[in-house]
Design a protein around this ligand. Sequence first.
Ligand SMILES: Nc1nc2c(c(=O)[nH]1)N[C@H]1C(S)=C(S)[C@@H](COP(=O)(O)OP(=O)(O)OC[C@H]3O[C@@H](n4cnc5c(=O)[nH]c(N)nc54)[C@H](O)[C@@H]3O)O[C@H]1N2
Ligand SMILES: Nc1nc2c(c(=O)[nH]1)N[C@H]1C(S)=C(S)[C@@H](COP(=O)(O)OP(=O)(O)OC[C@H]3O[C@@H](n4cnc5c(=O)[nH]c(N)nc54)[C@H](O)[C@@H]3O)O[C@H]1N2
Ligand SMILES: [Mo]
Length: 704
Amino acid sequence: MPSYPFFCGKDCGGDACPLLAEVSGGQVTRIRHNPAAGPHLKGCRRGFDMPLWQNAPDRLLTPLIRVGPRGSGQFREASWDEALGLAAERLGEVRAKYGPQAVLNQGSAGDTGALHCTYTLLNRFLALFGGCTRLTGSYSAGAAGFILPYLLGSSAREAGFDPATMRHAAMIILWGANLLETRMGAEVPHRLAEARRRGAQVVVIDPRRSATAQRAADWWIAIRPGTDAAMMLAVLHVLLSEGLARREFALRRSVGFDLLERCVLGLDGGQARSPEWAAPICGVSAEEIARFARAYASADPAMLFPGYSIQRVHAGEEPMRLAVALQLATGNFGKTGGSTGAPNSYLPGPRVGRLPVPPGPEQPSLPLLRWPDAVLEGRAGGYPADIRAIYCLGSNFINQGADIRKNIAAFQKVDFAICHDSFLTPTARCCDVVLPSATAFEKEDIGLPWAGNYLLYRPRIVAPRGQARTDYEILCELADRLGFGEAFSEGLDEAGWVQRFLDESEVADQAGFRASGIYQAPEQERTGLADFARDPLAHPLGTPSGLVEIASSRFAADTGLPAIPSWQPAPEDPRYPLRLVTPKSPHRIHSQGSNLPEIQKKAAHAIEMHPADAARRGIQDGAEVRMFNETGEIRLRVRLSAGMAEGVVCLPEGVWLVMDEQGIERAGSANALTATTGTPASQSPIMHGVAVEVSPLPQRQACP
Ligand SMILES: Nc1nc2c(c(=O)[nH]1)N[C@H]1C(S)=C(S)[C@@H](COP(=O)(O)OP(=O)(O)OC[C@H]3O[C@@H](n4cnc5c(=O)[nH]c(N)nc54)[C@H](O)[C@@H]3O)O[C@H]1N2
Ligand SMILES: Nc1nc2c(c(=O)[nH]1)N[C@H]1C(S)=C(S)[C@@H](COP(=O)(O)OP(=O)(O)OC[C@H]3O[C@@H](n4cnc5c(=O)[nH]c(N)nc54)[C@H](O)[C@@H]3O)O[C@H]1N2
Ligand SMILES: [Mo]
C-alpha cells in the first residue's frame, strides 16, 4: 500500500503530528504514525480519524450561491466562474462604495501550514486588496498574549520550553492543562508519561477530573473555575510565610516582587492572601492549598505547565502573571525541568520561510471577541468601521465565537458574506457564497508545530475531491479578478512557494526532509530564558528594566488595574450560581468533526453535572434540562458525574448549533451561553467559569 508523509495541519497541536497516509484507489484509507519521528512524537486520535473527514459524504464539492434567506441553508450549485465572478463583484463594490475597511477579516486557523495557513492567506489577500478591518488577540490565548509582554517584554517569545525537558522535572503541575486530550504539542503526552516513569509527581489543577487527572496524575486538585489567581496568591502566602520561597532568586530577577510579597502577607494594610482566605473562593481546603505549596517548594525542579484555560476566564491576565511569579518564587524560573510559568508554546521553531504578509495600508482593528458588536453597532457604537462584508477563511466564528445569537444577527446585517470551507458549517450557512476548499491531503505544505523544535512536510497526497480547490488557488483567482493577481502569487504556484520556503530554511537535506516528512533541529531540550535565569545582568530581558516586571506601572496605566498581580473576582449574579466550563472534546478540533456521525458516536454530548447539584434541583441522570443565563438558553440531557467540583457544570465546546424559532439552542453548542464581554484588561474571551443556572424541564408525558 503506498504511503506518504502527512500532517493534518489542524489547530490543536495537531499541526505538529508526524503521520503517514496510506492511499488506495486514489483515496486515503488509513493514517499511521510516522516512525521517522522517533518514539515521543506521535499522532493523535483526531489525526487517525482524518480519512473519515476526507471521505465524508457531506463534503462540499461545488461552489454554492445562496438562494433562500440568509441562514436558511438554501443554496444552489454554481460554476467556479460564476461564484468567483459574484464574489469579486460584491467585494469590489463594497471597497468602491465604503472603502476596504468595510470588509471584516475573519481568518482563523482551519489550516496552519507555512503556505496554506488560512489566517495568513487571508491577511495577505486583504492587505493587497487595500486593507480591511482586522481582529486582534485570539480566542485561544488572548489574555496571555496581552499580559506576557508586560512581564517579559520581547523575551516573551522565548519563554516556553521544549517538551523533551519535561523528563527532568521532579514535579509537573498541570494548571488547567488536560494534556492527554488537548495535547499542546504532539510530543507532550509522551514526555509526560516518560517523566512519570522517571518518578515525577504530576499534579492536575482542574475543576474536572479530566482524562489527564484520571490517567496520568498523582494528585487532582478540584478548583472552582476562574479562581486560579486566588489559589496562586495563597500558594505564595505559604511559601513566603513559611520561609519556603527562594526570595533572593526572585528579587534579583524581577521588579515588584517585594510589593507582591507585602500584599500577599497583608503588610500593605489589606487582607493576607492566606490559604484560609482563598479556600472559600477556590473551593479547595486551606489544608490542601498549604500541602500543595509545601510539596511544590520541596520538588526540585518543579515545572508549572499552564493550560490556556486558566486565562480564558474573567481577568485571565492575573493567573498568567502569577504563574510566572510562582516559578520565580520557587526558583524554578528558567531552570531545565522547570519553566518560566508561560505556556510551553512560547518558543521559536526552526528557521523556514512562510507566506509573507505585505505591510499594506494602516488598518482599523478591534478585539476579536467584539466582532459581532462591531458589525451590529459600527462607528455609531464606537467601533472603528461600519462593516458591510465578512470574509471567513478557516473559521466558524458563528459557532466558535461568544454569543451565538449575536453572531447570527451580525451576519444577517452585512451586505455580503463569503467563506471557503469543506463543510456547510453554521457560519457557511449564513454566507452568500460558499467555496469548497481542498483538504490537507490535497495540499503540499510544511508544518509548523506549536511546540518542539522540528518541521514537518507533506506532499499533495490525493487530488482534490469534486471541484474543490485550495484556498491559495481560490484567492489567486479572486485576486486576478480584483486586479492584484500578480502581486498575490508573485508568479509562483504552490510547489514554487514550498520550494522557496525550503530554500529560506535551515534544512540542509531537503530531499531527506521531503522523503521522511520530518526535520528535527539539533537542539531538542531548550529551556526558555535559561541564560537570564542564570545571569540576569549579563542576559537582560527585553523589558524596560531588563528584569521580569512583576509590578508593571505600564499595565496599571493601560488598564486601570493594580500594577501587581491581584485577585479580581468575576461579578456575581445569584440567579446564575453554577460555573460552566467548556473544554475541548478529545474527538474534535473545535467544531470540526461535529457533523460526522462516526465522531458523534464516540461520546454522547451532554451537560455534565455533580450529583449533589442535580439533587438540589430535582434533576435525574439523563433528564433533559434547560441551562441558561442572560445570553441564552440550551436544552440538552444531563449526565451526572462526581468527577467534578461541586457548583461546576461542563459542556464541551464545538458542537454545531441548532437554533429553534424561540432562539433556544437545541444541540448543546456552548457559545449560546458565552458573552462578548471580555476580560477587563484586554477584552479577551471568557469561555470558562461562565455563570449559568440549570433547571429541570417538565417530564414529557408518555403516550397512552
Ligand atoms: N465555548 C468555547 N468556545 C471556544 C473555545 C472554548 O474553549 N470554549 N475555544 C476557542 C478557541 S481556543 C479557538 S482557537 C476557536 C477556534 O475557532 P475556529 O477557528 O472558528 O474553529 P474551527 O471550528 O476549528 O473552525 C475552523 C473551520 O475551518 C475549516 N477548515 C479546516 N481546514 C480548512 C482549510 O484548509 N481551508 C478552509 N478554507 N477551511 C478549512 C473547518 O472545516 C472549520 O469549519 O474557538 C474558540 N471557541
Ligand atoms: N482535542 C482537542 N485539542 C485541542 C483543541 C481542540 O479543539 N481539540 N484545540 C487546541 C487549541 S486551538 C487550543 S487554544 C488549546 C486550548 O487548550 P486549553 O485552553 O488548555 O483547553 P481546554 O480544554 O479549554 O481546557 C483544559 C482544561 O482546563 C480545565 N479548566 C477549565 N477552566 C479552568 C479554570 O478556570 N481553572 C483551571 N485550573 N482549569 C480549568 C478544563 O476542565 C480542561 O480540562 O487546545 C488545543 N488542543
Ligand atoms: Mo485555540
